[in-house]
Design a protein around this ligand. Structure first.
Ligand SMILES: Nc1nc2c(c(=O)[nH]1)N[C@H]1C(S)=C(S)[C@@H](COP(=O)(O)O)O[C@H]1N2
Ligand SMILES: [Mo]
Length: 336
């Protein structure tokens, strides 16, 4: 699959850094009364050395690389975000709202046994157990850009399979217009679900949704691994969604339910602030977040966590050729 990248990586001095945006997103939660002043002060944003320990432990299972079908080789020319950063700079509010919290708090997260059910407007509902996640569909490696709404981005080699493969198996009926996703709800394991202070006051379980054509798009991916290994807990083990042309919050983690539905399902960030986070959430440099610009982003590569590495944001995160036709005739300013 050919990805066109524009050679238009100009810096713009007046762009806010993603660090201030990060504070700004938390400020909203604070304004809504969800975060105490204490937790705003107690931010730990330094890369955590524990990330490396994780991969030296027995928890991560290596995939046999020969068994993976490699696609999107053109993207491999992009610099991958180092594994240690992919696994230590995370948004997974069930484990805390600081970037280092998921790594620190998710290590005991038990993902086996697991059940993922596919239900709703389908002729053949089914449930996948833990082993099925890795065996029922041929696994591929795909290198995708991940663009967070907070204006930072990474380039990540995922392992997984197309969501379309899974949905086709369930044989959706004609009423299946949307797909609703749900994260595990288990406050005993996910401290943020039990505490507004830790979980940022988000309503749990975390839910997301896609239109059926978006869900069936070949780019839409179910990830069960990264960097050739099973997913670390903090990245959404054992299975998470990856929708590379949308802001990162659409890419829901640790999924237990996929339901084909007739009407547009609620989504977590839209529920929290619908003027800031829409249902579509397509990456769009021309539609700013009400409180910060989306014209550029900080690409996390090597260097310090908030090192200057700003690049221009691309429409649909650079995947317009594959996805823009789905939005023909839609006002993308209104449908943000
Ligand atoms: N269940 C759940 N899924 C989630 C989130 C979350 O807090 N909870 N955060 C989202 C956001 S805002 C982003 S940017 C990505 C981050 O994925 P990563 O930590 O693997 O980079 O996960 C998304 N999926
Ligand atoms: Mo995000």
């Amino acid at each position: 699959m050919l990805i066109k990248t524009k050679k238009n990586h100009q810096l713009s001095e007046q762009q806010v850094t993603d660090e201030s945006v990060y504070h700004s997103r938390r400020d909203l939660l604070k304004k809504l009364g969800y975060l105490g002043a204490g937790s705003l002060l107690a931010q730990s944003v330094s890369a955590n050395a524990g990330a490396l320990d994780f991969f030296n432990s027995e928890k991560a299972v290596l995939f046999q690389r020969q068994a993976l079908k490699y696609v999107q080789a053109s993207e491999s020319s992009q610099i991958l975000t180092p594994e240690a950063k992919v696994t230590s700079h995370n948004n997974f509010y069930e484990f805390g709202t600081n970037k280092g919290d998921p790594l620190e708090n998710a290590q005991e997260f038990n993902v086996n046994p697991w059940q993922l059910s596919i239900s709703g407007e389908v002729d053949k509902p089914f449930t996948l157990g833990y082993d099925d996640l890795f065996k029922r569909f041929p696994l591929e490696e795909r290198i995708y850009r991940l663009r967070c709404v907070e204006a930072w981005s990474m380039v990540i080699p995922w392992v997984g399979f197309g969501l379309a493969e899974l949905i086709k198996k369930a044989a959706p009926n004609s009423r299946a217009k949307y797909v609703a996703f749900e994260t595990l709800y288990d406050p005993k394991q996910m401290p943020g679900q039990d505490s507004r202070r830790i979980g940022g006051g988000v309503e749990y379980p975390y839910v997301e949704g896609l239109r059926i054509d978006e869900a069936m798009n070949p780019l839409t991916f179910m990830s069960v691994g990264l960097y050739g290994k099973t997913l670390p807990a903090q990245n959404g083990a054992p299975i998470r969604l990856v929708v590379p042309w949308k802001y990162g919050f659409k890419s829901i983690k640790s999924i237990v339910g996929i339901k084909l539905v007739e009407h547009k399902p609620p989504t977590t960030w839209n529920r929290l602030a619908d003027n800031e986070y829409g249902f579509y959430a397509n990456v769009n440099p021309e539609v700013d977040h009400p409180r910060w610009s989306q014209a550029s982003e900080r690409r996390i590569t090597t260097g310090g966590l908030f090192a200057r590495n700003r690049i221009a944001t691309l429409p649909f995160n650079g995947y317009g050729e594959e996805v823009s036709a789905m939005y023909k005739g839609m006002d993308l300013r209104k449908n943000y």
